[in-house]
Design a protein around this ligand. Sequence first.
Ligand code: ZN
Length: 254
Amino acid sequence: MVIAFTAILGLLIGSFLTVVVDRVPRRASVVAPGSACGGCGLELGPIDLVPVVSWLALRGKCRRCRAPIGVEPLVLELTTAGLFTVLAIKFPRLWELGAFCVLAGGLVALSWIDLKTKRLPREIIYVTAAIGVPLLCVAALVRHEPKRMLTMLIGAALALAFMGVVYLVSRGGMGDGDVRLSPLLGAYLGWLNPGFVAVGLFLGFVLGAVVGLALMAVGRAGRKTAVPFGPFLAMGALISIWIGQSLIDRILHR
Ligand SMILES: [Zn+2]
Protein backbone atom coordinates (compact mmCIF):
# COMPACT_ATOMS: atom_id res chain seq x y z
CA MET A 1 0.00 0.00 0.00
CA VAL A 2 2.70 2.46 1.04
CA ILE A 3 4.83 1.27 -1.87
CA ALA A 4 2.05 1.86 -4.43
CA PHE A 5 1.29 5.28 -2.95
CA THR A 6 4.99 6.22 -3.02
CA ALA A 7 5.29 5.11 -6.65
CA ILE A 8 2.35 7.31 -7.68
CA LEU A 9 3.77 10.20 -5.66
CA GLY A 10 7.02 9.65 -7.59
CA LEU A 11 5.18 10.08 -10.90
CA LEU A 12 3.65 13.36 -9.69
CA ILE A 13 6.94 14.67 -8.29
CA GLY A 14 8.64 13.64 -11.54
CA SER A 15 6.06 15.69 -13.45
CA PHE A 16 6.89 18.68 -11.24
CA LEU A 17 10.62 18.09 -11.75
CA THR A 18 10.06 18.44 -15.50
CA VAL A 19 9.02 22.03 -14.76
CA VAL A 20 11.96 22.48 -12.36
CA VAL A 21 14.63 21.35 -14.85
CA ASP A 22 13.15 23.61 -17.52
CA ARG A 23 12.81 26.77 -15.44
CA VAL A 24 15.42 26.81 -12.68
CA PRO A 25 18.37 27.14 -15.11
CA ARG A 26 16.52 30.12 -16.67
CA ARG A 27 15.82 31.54 -13.20
CA ALA A 28 12.06 31.43 -13.86
CA SER A 29 9.44 30.67 -11.20
CA VAL A 30 8.55 27.00 -10.78
CA VAL A 31 4.97 27.74 -9.63
CA ALA A 32 3.65 30.40 -12.01
CA PRO A 33 2.66 30.59 -14.81
CA GLY A 34 1.28 27.11 -15.45
CA SER A 35 2.88 24.86 -18.07
CA ALA A 36 2.18 25.68 -21.70
CA CYS A 37 3.09 24.18 -25.07
CA GLY A 38 6.35 25.63 -26.41
CA GLY A 39 4.91 25.50 -29.94
CA CYS A 40 1.48 27.12 -29.78
CA GLY A 41 1.26 28.41 -26.20
CA LEU A 42 -1.68 26.16 -25.33
CA GLU A 43 -1.97 26.13 -21.54
CA LEU A 44 -1.88 22.61 -20.15
CA GLY A 45 -4.92 21.63 -18.13
CA PRO A 46 -5.09 19.00 -15.35
CA ILE A 47 -5.75 16.26 -17.95
CA ASP A 48 -2.50 17.07 -19.81
CA LEU A 49 -0.54 16.89 -16.57
CA VAL A 50 -1.48 13.31 -15.63
CA PRO A 51 1.95 11.67 -15.63
CA VAL A 52 2.87 9.08 -18.26
CA VAL A 53 -0.76 8.40 -19.28
CA SER A 54 -1.28 11.76 -20.99
CA TRP A 55 2.12 11.50 -22.69
CA LEU A 56 1.27 8.04 -24.06
CA ALA A 57 -2.26 9.06 -25.06
CA LEU A 58 -0.92 12.04 -27.05
CA ARG A 59 2.17 10.06 -28.20
CA GLY A 60 4.43 12.83 -26.90
CA LYS A 61 2.81 15.58 -28.97
CA CYS A 62 0.86 18.75 -28.15
CA ARG A 63 -2.93 18.21 -28.19
CA ARG A 64 -3.51 21.24 -30.46
CA CYS A 65 -0.50 21.87 -32.69
CA ARG A 66 1.09 18.38 -32.55
CA ALA A 67 4.49 19.88 -31.72
CA PRO A 68 6.66 17.18 -30.12
CA ILE A 69 6.93 17.45 -26.35
CA GLY A 70 10.02 15.25 -26.17
CA VAL A 71 10.75 12.32 -23.91
CA GLU A 72 11.87 14.48 -20.99
CA PRO A 73 8.59 14.29 -18.99
CA LEU A 74 8.40 10.52 -19.49
CA VAL A 75 12.02 9.91 -18.47
CA LEU A 76 11.84 12.13 -15.38
CA GLU A 77 8.47 10.73 -14.23
CA LEU A 78 9.48 7.08 -14.62
CA THR A 79 12.96 7.60 -13.10
CA THR A 80 11.54 9.40 -10.07
CA ALA A 81 8.78 6.80 -9.60
CA GLY A 82 11.34 3.98 -9.93
CA LEU A 83 13.65 5.50 -7.31
CA PHE A 84 10.74 6.23 -4.95
CA THR A 85 9.57 2.61 -5.28
CA VAL A 86 13.02 1.23 -4.41
CA LEU A 87 13.23 3.63 -1.45
CA ALA A 88 9.76 2.60 -0.22
CA ILE A 89 10.95 -1.01 -0.18
CA LYS A 90 14.23 -0.03 1.52
CA PHE A 91 12.79 2.34 4.15
CA PRO A 92 9.55 1.13 5.77
CA ARG A 93 9.67 3.98 8.33
CA LEU A 94 7.82 7.00 6.94
CA TRP A 95 10.09 9.84 8.12
CA GLU A 96 13.10 8.13 6.60
CA LEU A 97 11.23 7.36 3.42
CA GLY A 98 10.24 11.03 3.16
CA ALA A 99 13.79 12.24 3.77
CA PHE A 100 15.32 9.94 1.17
CA CYS A 101 12.60 10.67 -1.41
CA VAL A 102 13.47 14.37 -1.07
CA LEU A 103 17.09 13.51 -1.87
CA ALA A 104 16.09 11.30 -4.81
CA GLY A 105 13.90 14.03 -6.31
CA GLY A 106 16.65 16.63 -5.90
CA LEU A 107 19.23 14.33 -7.49
CA VAL A 108 17.00 13.53 -10.48
CA ALA A 109 16.56 17.26 -11.19
CA LEU A 110 20.25 18.06 -10.60
CA SER A 111 21.50 15.17 -12.76
CA TRP A 112 19.22 16.07 -15.64
CA ILE A 113 20.23 19.74 -15.55
CA ASP A 114 23.91 18.77 -15.31
CA LEU A 115 23.61 16.53 -18.37
CA LYS A 116 21.91 19.31 -20.34
CA THR A 117 23.81 22.40 -19.17
CA LYS A 118 26.86 21.09 -17.23
CA ARG A 119 25.70 23.07 -14.23
CA LEU A 120 24.37 22.08 -10.81
CA PRO A 121 22.13 25.00 -9.76
CA ARG A 122 22.85 25.79 -6.14
CA GLU A 123 19.19 26.66 -5.48
CA ILE A 124 18.18 23.02 -5.98
CA ILE A 125 21.01 21.77 -3.74
CA TYR A 126 20.01 24.19 -0.97
CA VAL A 127 16.26 23.48 -1.22
CA THR A 128 16.92 19.73 -1.12
CA ALA A 129 19.12 20.16 1.96
CA ALA A 130 16.68 22.57 3.64
CA ILE A 131 13.85 20.00 3.40
CA GLY A 132 15.87 16.80 3.66
CA VAL A 133 18.17 17.52 6.63
CA PRO A 134 15.34 18.44 9.08
CA LEU A 135 13.51 15.25 7.98
CA LEU A 136 16.67 13.23 8.69
CA CYS A 137 16.87 14.81 12.17
CA VAL A 138 13.22 13.94 12.91
CA ALA A 139 13.79 10.42 11.59
CA ALA A 140 16.80 10.01 13.91
CA LEU A 141 14.79 11.19 16.93
CA VAL A 142 11.80 8.99 16.07
CA ARG A 143 14.18 6.02 16.02
CA HIS A 144 15.66 7.12 19.37
CA GLU A 145 19.05 7.27 17.65
CA PRO A 146 20.08 10.91 18.03
CA LYS A 147 23.71 9.97 17.33
CA ARG A 148 22.69 9.69 13.66
CA MET A 149 22.52 13.51 13.63
CA LEU A 150 26.19 13.52 14.63
CA THR A 151 27.22 10.94 12.00
CA MET A 152 25.20 13.01 9.50
CA LEU A 153 27.38 16.06 10.26
CA ILE A 154 30.53 13.94 10.15
CA GLY A 155 29.48 12.54 6.77
CA ALA A 156 28.86 16.01 5.37
CA ALA A 157 32.24 17.24 6.65
CA LEU A 158 34.11 14.20 5.29
CA ALA A 159 32.55 14.50 1.84
CA LEU A 160 33.16 18.25 1.66
CA ALA A 161 36.77 17.89 2.79
CA PHE A 162 37.49 15.13 0.28
CA MET A 163 35.83 16.89 -2.65
CA GLY A 164 37.47 20.17 -1.66
CA VAL A 165 40.89 18.53 -1.91
CA VAL A 166 39.98 16.95 -5.28
CA TYR A 167 38.79 20.36 -6.47
CA LEU A 168 42.09 22.03 -5.54
CA VAL A 169 44.23 19.22 -6.96
CA SER A 170 42.24 18.98 -10.23
CA ARG A 171 42.52 22.74 -10.90
CA GLY A 172 39.22 23.20 -12.66
CA GLY A 173 38.72 19.60 -13.76
CA MET A 174 36.03 19.32 -11.12
CA GLY A 175 33.18 21.83 -11.05
CA ASP A 176 32.44 23.86 -7.92
CA GLY A 177 28.84 22.57 -8.18
CA ASP A 178 30.14 19.07 -7.49
CA VAL A 179 31.91 20.35 -4.37
CA ARG A 180 28.72 22.13 -3.27
CA LEU A 181 26.67 18.94 -3.78
CA SER A 182 29.06 16.72 -1.79
CA PRO A 183 28.11 17.70 1.81
CA LEU A 184 24.43 17.00 1.01
CA LEU A 185 25.31 13.50 -0.19
CA GLY A 186 27.71 13.06 2.74
CA ALA A 187 24.98 14.04 5.23
CA TYR A 188 22.58 11.41 3.93
CA LEU A 189 25.26 8.71 3.67
CA GLY A 190 26.65 9.61 7.10
CA TRP A 191 23.17 9.39 8.62
CA LEU A 192 23.05 5.77 7.44
CA ASN A 193 26.69 4.92 8.22
CA PRO A 194 29.81 7.13 7.92
CA GLY A 195 31.49 4.30 6.00
CA PHE A 196 28.94 4.79 3.22
CA VAL A 197 30.48 8.20 2.47
CA ALA A 198 33.65 6.52 1.21
CA VAL A 199 31.66 3.87 -0.69
CA GLY A 200 29.40 6.47 -2.32
CA LEU A 201 32.20 8.81 -3.43
CA PHE A 202 34.33 5.89 -4.60
CA LEU A 203 31.47 4.51 -6.72
CA GLY A 204 30.83 7.99 -8.13
CA PHE A 205 34.45 8.39 -9.20
CA VAL A 206 34.60 4.88 -10.68
CA LEU A 207 31.39 5.38 -12.66
CA GLY A 208 32.55 8.80 -13.84
CA ALA A 209 35.95 7.48 -14.87
CA VAL A 210 34.51 4.48 -16.72
CA VAL A 211 32.02 6.58 -18.68
CA GLY A 212 34.57 9.37 -19.27
CA LEU A 213 37.11 6.89 -20.67
CA ALA A 214 34.41 5.25 -22.80
CA LEU A 215 33.45 8.64 -24.26
CA MET A 216 37.12 9.37 -25.01
CA ALA A 217 37.51 5.93 -26.64
CA VAL A 218 34.63 6.56 -29.05
CA GLY A 219 35.95 10.07 -29.70
CA ARG A 220 33.03 11.90 -28.13
CA ALA A 221 35.20 13.60 -25.53
CA GLY A 222 38.78 14.85 -25.43
CA ARG A 223 40.96 15.00 -22.33
CA LYS A 224 39.88 18.58 -21.78
CA THR A 225 36.15 18.08 -22.31
CA ALA A 226 34.22 18.64 -19.11
CA VAL A 227 32.17 15.52 -18.42
CA PRO A 228 29.24 16.35 -16.13
CA PHE A 229 30.16 14.68 -12.86
CA GLY A 230 26.98 15.36 -10.86
CA PRO A 231 25.02 12.39 -12.26
CA PHE A 232 27.84 10.02 -11.28
CA LEU A 233 28.08 11.39 -7.74
CA ALA A 234 24.30 11.04 -7.51
CA MET A 235 24.39 7.47 -8.81
CA GLY A 236 27.23 6.51 -6.47
CA ALA A 237 25.31 7.90 -3.50
CA LEU A 238 22.03 6.22 -4.46
CA ILE A 239 23.72 2.86 -5.03
CA SER A 240 25.43 3.00 -1.64
CA ILE A 241 22.15 4.04 0.03
CA TRP A 242 20.58 1.00 -1.58
CA ILE A 243 23.25 -1.70 -1.16
CA GLY A 244 26.07 0.05 0.74
CA GLN A 245 25.83 -2.34 3.67
CA SER A 246 26.21 -5.48 1.57
CA LEU A 247 29.11 -3.87 -0.32
CA ILE A 248 30.91 -3.10 2.95
CA ASP A 249 30.17 -6.59 4.31
CA ARG A 250 31.56 -8.17 1.18
CA ILE A 251 34.78 -6.11 1.35
CA LEU A 252 35.35 -6.73 5.09
CA HIS A 253 34.50 -10.43 5.23
CA ARG A 254 36.36 -11.95 2.38
ZN1 ZN B 1 0.94 23.25 -29.05
